[in-house]
Write a protein that binds this ligand. Structure first.
Ligand SMILES: [Zn+2]
Ligand SMILES: [Zn+2]
Length: 186
């Protein structure tokens, strides 16, 4: 499937957003305050967003919860329903743009959209294309038992199992290697 520059950015943004959610009620929130949200917006180069407020923070956290559910959805129909809700609530104004030297691509957020609506529209559409392409299973969660972080598997044969092979993948490979050695020795 075709993954344009903007789609890639939207995917990175939505994965990072989902992974700021606390794993349980005792864990700290990765988006604790407006300053953290401002950093998130800056580092993901989310354009046309004005000064952020507490209202934006709670709206983004709400959107984050819905995106998190997309990555946990058991089947495409459930993911599609969630994405439809996100996009409908945000309102979209698709328009072609070639800003900043990128090739022609479509932006979906409405002019003047809040940061939450911007994320819901453009990240929602980025995820929608995976459903359309029959590639919804690429939106998944890490298989390391104590991790479950969201990621998008862009490998050719959809073989990626861990959020970050340098940490989770390695950790499990080492554990499996030790277990095999123990078995061989015992
Ligand atoms: Zn763009
Ligand atoms: Zn992981």
């Amino acid at each position: 499937m075709l993954i344009t520059h903007d789609t890639r950015c939207a995917l990175e943004a939505v994965v990072d957003l989902v992974n700021t959610a606390p794993e349980d009620e005792s864990a700290p929130d990765g988006l604790p305050d407006v300053a953290a949200l401002t950093d998130f917006v800056r580092s993901h180069q989310i354009s046309d967003v004005g000064t952020l407020s507490e209202f934006d923070l709670s709206a983004v956290r709400k959107v984050r919860g819905r995106f998190a559910a997309v990555f946990s959805a058991a089947e495409a129909r459930i993911a599609a329903g969630l994405i439809n809700e996100l996009i409908a609530a945000a309102g979209t104004t698709p328009r072609l743009t070639d800003h900043d030297g990128y090739d022609w691509h479509v932006h979906y957020f409405a002019p003047g959209a809040s940061v939450a609506d911007h994320l819901a529209a453009d990240c929602g559409m980025a995820l929608a294309f995976f459903v359309v392409a029959g590639e919804r299973e690429r939106l998944r969660r890490c298989e390391a038992p104590d991790c479950r972080r969201a990621f998008v598997d862009l490998s050719r044969n959809r073989s990626r199992r861990y959020c970050d092979s340098r940490t989770c993948g390695n950790r499990l490979h080492v554990a499996a290697y030790r277990a095999r050695r123990k078995e061989a020795a015992g």
